[in-house]
Design a protein around this ligand. Structure first.
Ligand SMILES: [Zn+2]
Length: 278
């Protein structure tokens, strides 16, 4: 094996169209000067599922991102910060270093020193942190196709996705996302709003309109961050715009067909695949 065909992550990010082209970030102009092929380059990091890493380790990770030529990271934060409004969201993660001592703000400052933008990741009505709310409010659980509340599901953080048609679920998502983006980490550069890939709600109010309800939240939180920050990046999924048939791990659904605001940046599954390969 000569190594000729092997590529480490540094070479990979420097020479391929990783992620950013699918994110619609390929708006740089080409010139004769050698330069990275994409304007935005980086990694999707499951911050919430790396409980033992403290600030020192995370600084090293970001230094490596900078050395790789990266300038953007997604820090998936749901459940991994010490929410004051919803302590139930982090009871599963009491030993997470950022829950014990909130350092992500310092980490974002370090990222900026290294020329890296930070997007805060979370999933509306599902996954880590959010899926803990039904421990206190079981009536907010999404409904499965059989008409009964959904079973618990998760990766690391097990819980239940929420019915987005319920006013209390909407209120929770808005308050939780606001708290993360505007109170805990206002210096972050935007949001990565990752639509769930494992379930929708089949209650009479959701069903085919599930993504309309999810979109209502996504639109509102986007409007809010656009008002508060100058030129933030807000990454969303095609589920709100394409009208396409979607296939999840356990279900099928139809995407909503809504107007696309050009201030959004789209994330595709192709992008996710490329990110996961690094
Ligand atoms: Zn529902």
């Amino acid at each position: 094996m000569t190594g000729k065909h092997l590529m480490n992550r540094r070479q990979f990010i420097a020479t391929t169209t990783v992620a950013a082209s699918a994110l619609g970030w390929s708006d740089q102009s080409w010139s004769a000067e050698p330069q990275p092929p994409l304007k935005n380059r980086g990694y999707y990091l499951c911050f919430m599922r790396m409980p033992t890493f403290g600030l020192a380790v995370w600084r090293q990770i970001l230094d490596a991102v900078a050395e790789d030529g990266g300038n953007t990271i997604i820090l998936w934060m749901g459940g991994a910060f010490r929410s004051k409004k919803y302590p139930i969201t982090w009871q599963w993660a009491k030993d997470h270093e950022n829950v014990k001592r909130d350092f992500a703000g310092e980490l974002i400052a370090h990222a900026h020193q290294r020329g890296i933008n930070v997007l805060l990741g979370f999933t509306p009505f599902g996954y880590d942190g959010v899926n803990q709310l039904p421990l206190e409010k079981p009536e907010l659980k999404a409904i499965a196709a059989d008409g009964k509340p959904v079973n618990a599901f998760g990766i690391g953080c097990w819980g239940w996705n929420l019915c987005p048609a319920k006013a209390e679920s909407q209120e929770f998502m808005r308050e939780y996302a606001r708290e993360m983006a505007f109170e805990f980490y206002p210096e972050a550069d935007g949001l990565f709003i990752e639509s769930s890939d494992y379930a929708i709600c089949h209650c009479p109010d959701c069903g085919p309109k599930f993504f309309d309800h999810e979109f209502g939240f996504v639109k509102d939180i986007s409007e809010e961050i656009w008002k508060r920050k100058s030129d933030p990046t807000v990454v969303v999924y095609p589920h709100y715009f394409s009208g396409a048939k979607l296939r999840f791990a356990f279900a099928e659904a139809t995407a909503a067909k809504k107007p696309f605001d050009p201030r959004w940046t789209l994330f595709s599954h192709r992008t996710a695949l490329l990110w996961s390969q690094i």
